[in-house]
Design a protein around this ligand. Structure first.
Ligand code: F0G
Length: 502
């Protein structure tokens, strides 16, 4: 990564951050401001070093309160969850409580959802096998006592029948879960979560290490029903009916969970529509598959609501939160689990030394305070600033249709897609496009020539991502507009020297 940054001439050391601005030092030691549209990959909903968040962290550290006091009463964790439950109630209109499991990074909160969903599935399977074992013994007794007859079939006696049923069930019960995710998804890079991340370069080298995922085409959520058909598995059960033993099939819980972002971030800023969300929710409910909505990037207010899933009416069984939850200061993550799914035993089998530390909890409470202040002014501000930025980007697409393709996203989670220059006349631009480096070349130019920081989305390299804080100013927006107009004009002129030098 260091080599790549150096090659692009953007291996800058930032020495200070404030709001949407990062500063580096020039050769004379003077601070040079850079407007930060990368926003900590979406973690800086409140900008760099938000004064109230910093003050909270400082006062916590000065107070002498313990940062690490694991396995003790931690009322601040309860307060964070109570606040989030208020938000869930307001945004989704539900009264069902959500439980929380704290962790330290986005990928970890996805792993928690993955693990909990599998724990839940295993306990369900155990319950089913327990029920079946009782029925089997009842059938065995009934046949032995002459109260019931065996079904027609291959079994010479009731013990043979019981052995056959038990062996078949053991094979099915040992199956690993089938996981679902949407094409284009990004859910992290740890061993389990990277299998939920669609980009093959990240995922396939590690495929042997974790449960496999079936990817649902982004625009065809109805494919879930077909996958369910293909993956269907059954356990065998024995039922007594009018003096006969009958072999009956019981549906086996095949699916671990479906994971999705409502606005794909790293995959190129793509929004799931309300209709697609409805199809996914219904299909998953029909097959008993929990829905995990990953709000790690889209959540914490940047789209105009705390949860980007709430305006499209998608209520999840699990929400994963991270990035902005730590206010740009702490590494905080949280998995919310719906009451009807939560298994209290999970708390005893999952933990992390650093999760739920006192400093993070204090910071997260402050972040929630700031977001919820004045009846949710932060959300309104994100929506209003985002609308303004969207209008600006749309006007650029209209002005430079030969260079720009489209604007996607919502609020302060926006993507601007450039047209593919793989066949451009200018050789260096063409080569950059063919090597999937075009977006990085444009980003590097924006930084060098305009002191604007943004990056392409890693799995959709012609899309630049804009995720500033809710405190975005008109001046910062105007500076972006001027910079992008310059980029578009130069690309239109195939002026490759601007991007690569003479
Ligand atoms: N889920 C989503 C939706 C993400 O955007 C990310 C990270 C993660 C999970 C993993 O979180 O990095 O804290 O482990 N996205 C970054 C990006 C890397 O480029 O958008 P993490």
């Amino acid at each position: 990564m260091q080599n790549l940054l150096a090659l692009l001439g953007i291996d800058v050391e930032y020495v200070r951050g404030e709001g949407n601005t990062l500063y580096f030092l020039d050769e004379a030691g003077r601070e040079v401001p850079v407007i930060d549209y990368a926003g900590g990959y979406g973690a800086l909903v409140l900008g760099h070093n938000h004064p109230e968040v910093v003050a909270t962290a400082e006062s916590f550290l000065r107070s002498g309160n313990p940062v690490l006091a694991q396995a003790s009463r931690q009322p601040a964790a309860g307060r964070v969850l109570a606040r989030l439950n208020e938000i869930v109630r307001r945004e989704f209109g539900t009264t069902e409580p959500y439980y929380g499991v704290f962790s330290n990074s986005g990928a970890e909160s996805v792993e928690v959802a993955l693990k909990h969903a599998e724990f839940d599935r295993q306990l369900t399977v155990r319950g089913l096998l327990g029920e079946i074992a009782e029925h089997v013994e009842r059938a065995r007794e009934a046949v032995r006592s002459g109260a019931a007859t065996l079904p027609d079939g291959p079994d010479v006696d009731v013990d043979a029948l019981v052995d056959r049923v038990t062996a078949a069930n053991a094979v099915v019960a040992a199956r690993p879960p089938v996981l679902l995710a949407l094409e284009g998804s990004f859910h992290g890079k740890l061993v389990g979560s990277v299998q939920l991340t669609h980009n093959a370069a990240y995922r396939t080298p590690f495929a042997s290490m974790a449960a496999q995922v079936r990817f649902v085409p982004f625009d065809q959520p109805e494919a879930i029903a077909k996958i369910a058909e293909e993956e269907r598995a059954v356990l065998l059960d024995l039922r007594l009916e009018d003096g006969h033993v009958r072999v009956v099939e019981r549906d086996f819980p095949v699916f671990g969970a479906l994971f999705m972002e409502v606005i794909q971030g790293e995959g190129g800023i793509r929004e799931v529509t309300a209709e697609q969300a409805r199809t996914i929710r219904q299909a998953c409910t029909a097959i008993g598959c929990p829905v995990v909505v990953d709000e790690i990037q889209s959540g914490m207010g940047r789209t105009g609501a705390f949860f980007a899933s709430s305006p499209i009416g998608l209520q999840a069984d699990y929400y994963t939160l991270a990035k902005g939850l730590g206010g740009g200061i702490t590494k905080t993550a949280l998995t919310l689990i719906r009451g009807q799914r939560f298994r209290p035993e999970f708390d005893l089998v999952h933990s992390s030394t650093f999760a739920k530390d006192g400093l993070s909890l204090a910071v997260t409470l402050k972040v929630l305070d700031v977001l919820e202040a004045e009846g949710g002014q932060a959300y309104r501000q994100a929506a209003e600033r985002g609308d303004r930025l969207t209008r600006l980007l749309r006007s650029l697409v209209a002005a430079y249709p030969q260079v720009l393709k489209e604007v996607r996203g919502k609020g302060l989670m926006l993507g601007l897609e450039f047209r593919d220059l793989s066949d451009a006349a200018a050789p260096r631009l063409r080569e950059a496009a063919r090597a999937d480096m075009f977006g990085y070349v444009v980003s590097a130019y924006l930084l060098r020539a305009h002191r604007i920081r943004t990056f392409p989305t890693a799995s959709a390299v012609n899309t630049l991502r804009f995720e500033p804080s809710i405190y975005l100013t008109d001046e910062e927006t105007a500076a972006l507009e001027a910079a992008l107009r310059d980029v578009c004009a130069r690309l239109g002129d195939q002026d490759e020297e601007a991007f690569f030098g003479p």
